[in-house]
Design a binder for this molecule. Sequence first.
Ligand code: ASP
Length: 332
Amino acid sequence: MKRILLITTGGTIASASTAKGLLPSINGELLVSYLPEMNSVCKLDTAEVCTIDSTDMTKNEWVGIVKKIKESYEAYDGFVISHGTDTLAFTAAALTYMIQNSKKPIVLTGSQRPITFDSTDAKVNLTDSILCAMDEKAKGILVVFNGKIIAGSRAKKTMSVSYHAFSSINYPYLGIIQNGTILWYIEPESTQKQVQFYESMNDKVFLLKLTPCTSAEMLADIFKHNDCVIIESFGSGGIPDRLTNRLIEIMKSEEGKDKLLIIATQVVYEGSHISVYEVGSRLNHKVLFLEAKDMNLETTLAKAMWICGFEGSTFEEKRDRFYTRIAADILN
Ligand code: ASP
């Protein structure tokens, strides 16, 4: 029998109704008691990292998950992480960099309605995730939700209420799970390398979403307090003139020394193409920066936190790590 570890973190899936709204409170053993049929298909243990709404997730909880998986890696064949849906995609992206080359599956799931409710997606999502964590073809960080298997580097919450809460961004769904049967469309990318765990994620990474009203005044402060600034530009990569000029000034000054600038897009699908328009190419050859291309924002943020976690690395080292494809996170 396969040995699976269910790591619980809270979220709607583990919530109960209170006078103030849904509150995570159900532990792993209770969660598993809703799936008695799983006892005959695998040996399922549980471990708790936290019991919080995923709104309150930080990199400390990510490190808690990584430590738990690292210490029990040899003892289990696969891992399932139950998680609130709101920041599940951020955790999936972070784990993509914090646990690399894992031949064992690490599956994140959650639900839109608590497991205690009569009508709930929790039981099917948990069951599917456990089955996926037992599957020979599954490996690395995966998200299983509403019958879909998504690469951890590509997941995004795109529905706030409906059961089909997650989409795969700029990459095909890896597979589907129907009535307990897994149909793989593409197998997760494999590698001969040894599993590697990283715990150092730099959280001085700022994500700035541009609007037609964004003022250039705040830019210097943002750079002062952060090691990396990701700009969610318009469309293919448009940045207003007033901001471009200030960005160039800052990046060339003391304030911008050793700071990493990444241009991403606020458009969900099809990525950035910064040089297509003049309003994007104004930065070219004036300052050093990276482009998120087809990576989604959660992944861009997590990868920036990971590459900025290597102390003293040069722009070239950061650039090489950023553009190196890890677990299908970037296509070009
Ligand atoms: N607010 C909840 C959370 O992210 C939502 C959910 O789990 O669906 O923890």
